[in-house]
Ligand binder design. Structure first.
Ligand code: GDP
Length: 359
């Protein structure tokens, strides 16, 4: 995977800790191991398993999170090795947890539920083999039958959810088609999670979109009307923040929500320029955009948080020399006039402007 290499494992682990924090967990320790190839049974080596087990006992750990996707077998073996009540999960499951906590609309909730079930399906075995072991092997074979029953139930539920999701989407599509009939250009905010998209939307519109220093504060797209000084308007949509190692299955799950992006007249890519990994984050976002077939849409790069940057003057100077780049502070509002001018300039060629109905 290209983006995986962009982030060092230390950086990736740091972000994983931040994700855990966002999910409401307290991180007590983190560790890594360099292996020529992952252990097929337990992902990490047996020495590492023992070391983690010691830490589990010392801290009373309830959850062990791996930064890479574990196979269902590895997951099971690790849970067995760590003992009874320890939950083992991977980055994907953690992201799904966060999405679950944050889904605010019916559509987002359905999407998350569906993605969770699809994630669970191949990992179902655990519960029933556990039962088999408890009975001392008396119910051998029964576990397997039960797994089949459970899988069938889960598949039926997945089918029901899909249908429900379809009808919710149809509804939203109709609404969007109606909206598109009014020729107000749609501008979508994209960017790495925590870059400042919600803050920018709030500054421009006075909307009170949840802006927090947390990953994935925004899950559902929010659209607001922005009116500029000359009375012209555009619709500004805030989308879910992107993140490295966002599993393709999750990108697929949120495709419909992200459809708004591929139908926009302009993309505004918000970058947290004060972040040490800003460049890697840009690449991670571009990668997801290309997966969404949105690479061809005109784009404006916005370097945000200049107030926090080390050399704001130098940065502004640099931005002036790079085409389609603008420096702002979404927090204190600096650069927003230039931002609106740049948006207008970019939209000029592509859209017919509607005169706003100002009294
Ligand atoms: P999103 O995930 O891209 O929507 O990011 P948010 O809008 O939620 O912002 C993430 C964090 O960055 C919040 O704590 C904001 O207050 C902060 N933030 C956003 N813009 C700026 C800025 O221009 N300067 C500074 N210093 N902080 C900002």
């Amino acid at each position: 995977d290209d983006t995986e290499e962009l982030f060092s494992f230390e950086e990736s682990l740091k972000e994983l800790a931040q994700l855990a924090d966002t999910a409401g967990l307290m991180v007590v320790d983190s560790t890594y191991q360099k292996l020529a190839s992952p252990n097929p049974r337990t992902y990490i080596g047996s020495g590492k398993v023992a070391e983690i087990k010691t830490a589990i006992n010392a801290y009373g750990v309830e959850t062990v999170i791996f930064d890479d996707e574990l196979s269902p077998g590895q997951l099971r073996n690790l849970e067995k090795a760590f003992g009874g009540n320890v939950r083992v999960c991977d980055r994907t499951a953690l992201i799904l947890d966060i999405f679950d906590q944050r889904a605010a609309t019916r559509e987002a909730a359905l999407q998350v539920a569906l993605a969770q079930m699809e994630y669970q399906l191949p990992r179902l075995t655990k519960m029933w083999t556990h039962l088999e072991r408890q009975s001392g092997g008396k119910v051998k074979g029964m576990g397997e039958k039960q797994i089949e029953v459970d899988k069938r139930i889960l598949r039926t539920q997945i089918g029901v959810l899909r249908k429900e999701l379809e009808s919710v989407r149809k509804h939203r599509k109709q609404y969007r088609t109606r909206r598109l009939a009014v020729p107000v250009p749609v501008v979508s905010l994209v960017g790495y999670t925590n870059a400042g998209k919600s803050t920018l939307l709030n500054q421009l519109t006075g909307a009170n979109v949840l802006a927090e220093d947390r990953l994935f504060a925004t899950l559902d797209p929010t659209t607001r009307r922005v009116q500029m000084k000359n009375g012209k308007e555009f619709l500004l949509t805030d989308t879910v923040g992107f993140i490295q190692k966002l599993p393709t299955t999750l990108v697929a799950a949120f495709r419909a929500t992200l459809e708004e992006i591929s139908e926009s007249s302009l993309l505004v890519h918000v970058i947290d320029i004060s972040h040490p990994l800003a460049e890697q984050q840009i690449d991670a976002v571009e990668k997801v955009l290309s997966e969404l077939d949105a690479s061809a849409i005109p784009k404006l790069m916005v370097w945000n948080k200049v107030d926090k940057a080390k050399n704001p003057e130098e940065l502004t100077l640099k931005a002036k020399n790079v085409e389609d780049t603008i420096c702002i502070s979404a927090l204190n509002g600096s650069g927003l006039d230039e931002f609106c001018d740049a948006v207008q300039e970019k939209l000029k060629d592509t859209m017919v402007w509607v005169e706003a109905l100002v009294p």
